[in-house]
Ligand binder design. Structure first.
Ligand code: 4AZ
Length: 220
């Protein structure tokens, strides 16, 4: 059994990381609405899985997949997350939230209960400079988030889960990143690297057929 996160985009589509999908006979169930990993949540059967055609395990690029599953019942605790528009943009230093049941330290163990932590967006230049990932060139399809001093981060087992950001306190949370990789976890100058969901807007629309336009409620 695999431990990974994912984000519900609609009743029938979820978005995990491509590196979460097993090589052989990908199938099974997703669990939604869980808090405790072992004894809560509801399982839904997977119908099909589409890895991003550009997924590259060695370059760790395009680390996104789409899962088509049986229709999930939404509730107060089970809701889809909004996709950002393709040109969404967050300032460096914006605090976003990453969550999962993954390793609570670099060498484990995983967590029984869902954890969340705020991490801050780090711009490409900083993330690829000599103090961080040195000469690494980050494609526009990835985004770094974390802290210069480390200490707070996603880790193995959180992969595929959401990096959720919002433009302001009254704006919706959007899926900005998908937990993808990093050097270790919570190390100083080695922030988490996320697949940037907005970069995959067109691929998500084409693959899923789109989720329809939803009009926003009037603001009071
Ligand atoms: C992993 O091994 C992994 N610190 C995921 C996220 C991060 C590191 C490792 C980010 O799946």
């Amino acid at each position: 059994t695999y431990l990974c996160g994912g984000s519900l985009l609609s009743q029938t589509w979820s978005l995990p990381a491509a590196h979460c999908i097993p090589y052989a006979a990908p199938q099974g169930t997703i669990t939604v609405g869980a808090h405790n990993l072992w004894n809560s949540g509801t399982n839904y059967t997977i119908k099909s899985i589409v890895n991003h055609p550009g997924w590259n395990r060695y370059k760790r690029n395009n680390d996104v997949a789409l899962i088509n599953h049986k229709s999930v019942a939404f509730s107060d605790t089970v809701k889809p997350i909004c996709l950002p528009s393709p040109d969404v943009c967050f300032n460096e230093g914006t605090a976003c939230v990453v969550s999962g049941w993954g390793y609570t330290t670099e060498r484990g163990p995983i967590s029984d209960t869902l954890q969340e932590v705020a991490v801050k967006i780090i711009d490409y230049q900083t993330c690829s400079d000599s103090t961080m990932y040195s000469t690494m060139v980050f494609p526009d399809s990835q985004v770094c988030a974390g802290y210069v001093d480390g200490q707070k981060d996603s880790c193995a087992g959180d992969s595929g889960g959401p990096l959720a950001c919002r433009l302001g306190p009254n704006d919706p949370w959007v899926l900005y990143g998908v937990v993808s990789w990093g050097w270790g976890c919570a190390r100083a100058r080695k922030p988490g690297v996320y697949a940037k969901a907005s970069h995959y807007h067109d691929w998500i629309e084409e693959t899923t057929g789109g989720f329809g336009k939803v009009s926003l409620p009037e603001k009071a």
